[in-house]
Ligand binder design. Structure first.
Ligand SMILES: [Zn+2]
Length: 540
C-alpha cells in the first residue's frame, strides 16, 4: 500500500517557531507510523514563498526576493532535519515544477469556464493576504491582526467561480463527512457552506513577485491556485503521470485549524474544476496556546525551539508536545507542565523500566535471556494481555491522529511493566536463588521494553533506536522507519530475537528542571502555517 501525506506549506519567515514545528512533528509521527506499518509513504512539507511581504522585505534588506526565500528555506530545512522531520520533499512554491503545476491548474479552471474577470473592492488584510467582509472585522481590524491597518482595495481581478460548486460540495459532505476531521472543525466548514459560497479572487495586478497568470501577464496568480496546488505538484502533477497515479489522491492533508475554509471548500472545488479526484481527508489540528493565547511575538508568549531542545532534547520536545496537546484541538501549555510531563513519563516511568531491565539483566544473567514464551506465570500472562490491549489502543488512536492517546496507551504499558517489576521483585528472587524465574521475569520485562521501543519509534525515533540497541534487539527498519517487516509482526508478543543478549544500560532521557522564570520565553519571529501572521521576521 502507498500512503501520501502533507503538511500545509508554511508562511515564509527566517526560521520556524515551535507551533510550526508542532504541525511538522505531528505529521512526521504519522509518516513514520505509516512506514513502520509497511506502507510505502510519501511525506510532503514546504514553504509558501510568494507572500506579498517578501518583496518589500527583500528591498528593505537590500536583496532580491528569491535570495531572501532561498536563505529562509535553507534555515527551515535544517531546522526540520534537526527535529527529525522525515519529509520526502521540502517543496517551495518557487520550484519550477510547481510553477508549471499552478499554471496548469488555472488553465484547467479556465477551460471549465470557472475563471472570469471582475472588479473586487474590499478591505484587504496584508497579514493574511485576505479580503475581509465587514462582518469579519473587529473594531475595523482583522481579528487575527489587530495591529495592522487594513487596505481598501479596488482592482480588476480574476475570480474563481466557487459558487458553482455549492451543490457539489454539499453532496461531498453529505456522502463523506469524514473528508474534514475532526468534527468540531468540520462544523465550522458546514456553517460556511450553509451561508452560501462566494467566488474568490485568484489574481493580483501590479506586483511582480508571483507566478504569471496564464493569458494575462499583468496579473500574478494569487495565493490559492499557487499555495494549495503544492499538494498535487508534490505528487507529480502535471508532468509525471506515473508518480501522480501512484501518489494521488493524498491520504491526508494535515493543516492548522485556521485554514480549513481553503482546504475544505476552495481546494475540493478547484480539484473538481480541474477534473482531479479529491484527497481522502483534511485533518485540522488545534493550536498550542500559552496563558490562553496563541503564541506570538507581539504577545510575548513564545517558547523558542532552541530553548525547548536545551531542556528536553529533540526527542523529548517531540514527545512532550504531542503528549500534552491533543492534536485535534487547542491546548494551553506551560514550560512547568512540559517539564513535569517529561520527567514523569520519560525520565521516570519509561526510562526507569528500560534502565532497570537492562542493568538487572547484565547483573543477574550476564545479559542472556530465555525466550519470553518460557514465562507463563499468571503475572506474565497478565502483562502480556495488557501489552496486547495497549497495542490495540495505540493503533486505534494513531488511525485518528490522536497522538496524545496513542502515547497514553504506550505509557499504560510502561506503568504496567514497572508494576510487574515491583510485584515480581527479581532482586528478591535472585537472593532466594530462583535463577530460572529471575531470567523469565527479566525476559518479560525486556519484551515489554522491546514493544515500547517500537511504539515510541514514530515519536522519538533516535531514542527508540538507542533503546533497541541497549536491549540487544535492534530495530529491523531504517532511521525513517522504513524497510521493516511491519508493526503487526514487530508488536507481536514474543517476536523478539532468539537467544536474546541485552547490552549496556545508559539513561535514555536524563531528568530536566524548570528553568528560571522568563529565561525561555522570548522573541522568536512569529510565523504560522500559510497566511496567518502579523509580520514575518528577518534574521538580522
Ligand atoms: Zn489578517
Amino acid at each position: 500500500m502507498s500512503y501520501y501525506l502533507t503538511t500545509a506549506i508554511f508562511y515564509p519567515t527566517a526560521s520556524p517557531a515551535l507551533h510550526s514545528l508542532f504541525e511538522a512533528i505531528g505529521a512526521d509521527a504519522l509518516a513514520r507510523y505509516q512506514r513502520l506499518l509497511g506502507n510505502e509513504t510519501r511525506f510532503l512539507t514546504g514553504m509558501d514563498e510568494h507572500s506579498a511581504q517578501v518583496e518589500p522585505l527583500a528591498r528593505q534588506h537590500a536583496t532580491d526576493p528569491q535570495a531572501l526565500v532561498d536563505e529562509w528555506a535553507a534555515n527551515w530545512r535544517s531546522a526540520f532535519d534537526h527535529f527529525e522531520i522525515s519529509y520526502d520533499r521540502f517543496i517551495r512554491t518557487t520550484d519550477s515544477d510547481h510553477v508549471e503545476a499552478s499554471v496548469e491548474m488555472v488553465r484547467r479552471a479556465q477551460a471549465s469556464g470557472d475563471i472570469y474577470k471582475g472588479t473586487y473592492a474590499g478591505w484587504f488584510c496584508p497579514g493574511d493576504n485576505e479580503f475581509k467582509t465587514e462582518s469579519q472585522l473587529v473594531d475595523g481590524h482583522c481579528p487575527d491582526h489587530p495591529t495592522l491597518e487594513l487596505q481598501w482595495l479596488e482592482e480588476e481581478n480574476y475570480f474563481f467561480r466557487l459558487s458553482k460548486y455549492q451543490e457539489a460540495l454539499e453532496r461531498l459532505y453529505a456522502e463523506n463527512p469524514g473528508f474534514c476531521e475532526p468534527e468540531h472543525f468540520r462544523n465550522e466548514v458546514l456553517a460556511w457552506l450553509r451561508e452560501g459560497l462566494r467566488d474568490f479572487s485568484v489574481s493580483r495586478a501590479g506586483i511582480s513577485w508571483g507566478i504569471p497568470f496564464p493569458g494575462d501577464p499583468d496579473h500574478r496568480i494569487y495565493v490559492w491556485f499557487d499555495a494549495l496546488t503544492n499538494y498535487v505538484t508534490g505528487a507529480g502533477f502535471p508532468g509525471d503521470r506515473d508518480a501522480f497515479a501512484k501518489w494521488w489522491p493524498a491520504d491526508v492533508h494535515v493543516i492548522g485549524k485556521n485554514i480549513t475554509r481553503f482546504h475544505c471548500l476552495y481546494w475540493p472545488a478547484m480539484l473538481m474544476s480541474a477534473g482531479l479526484v479529491l484527497p481522502r481527508q483534511v485533518f485540522a489540528h488545534g493550536f498550542m496556546t500559552i496563558r490562553g493565547e496563541k503564541m506570538s511575538k507581539t504577545r510575548g508568549n513564545v517558547i523558542r525551539p532552541d530553548d525547548a531542545v536545551a531542556l528536553f532534547g529533540v526527542d523529548g520536545v517531540r514527545y512532550v508536545v504531542l503528549r500534552d496537546i491533543p492534536f485535534d484541538r487547542d491546548a494551553d501549555i506551560t514550560l512547568r507542565g512540559l517539564v513535569r510531563r517529561y520527567n514523569a513519563d520519560l525520565a521516570n516511568d519509561l526510562g526507569n523500566l528500560v534502565n532497570r531491565t537492562v542493568s538487572m539483566s547484565a547483573r543477574y544473567t550476564d545479559g542472556a535471556l530465555p525466550p519470553v514464551s518460557s514465562a507463563q506465570a499468571p503475572a506474565d500472562l497478565e502483562l502480556k494481555a495488557t501489552a496486547q490491549q495497549a497495542v490495540a489502543d495505540y493503533h486505534a488512536a494513531m488511525e485518528r491522529l490522536q497522538f496524545d492517546e496513542a502515547l497514553a496507551s504506550m505509557m499504560t504499558l510502561a506503568g504496567a511493566g514497572n508494576g510487574y517489576a515491583e510485584s515480581q521483585a527479581p532482586w528478591n528472587l535472585k537472593r532466594e536463588g530462583e535463577s530460572q524465574r529471575v531470567a523469565e521475569v527479566l525476559s518479560v520485562m525486556a519484551e515489554t521494553c522491546r514493544l515500547l521501543g517500537h511504539l515510541l519509534a514514530p515519536f522519538t525515533p533516535a531514542t527508540a533506536t538507542r533503546l533497541a540497541e541497549q536491549l540487544g534487539a535492534p530495530a529491523p527498519y531504517d532511521a525513517r522507519g522504513a524497510g521493516g517487516p511491519g508493526l503487526a509482526t514487530l508488536l507481536t508478543w514474543g517476536a523478539g530475537p532468539d537467544g536474546w543478549q541485552t547490552g549496556r544500560a545508559e539513561p535514555l532521557f536524563p531528568r530536566t528542571e524548570v528553568p528560571d522564570e522568563g529565561g525561555s520565553l522570548d522573541d522568536t519571529p512569529p510565523e504560522d502555517p500559510m497566511r496567518d501572521t502579523a509580520s514575518p521576521g528577518v534574521a538580522t
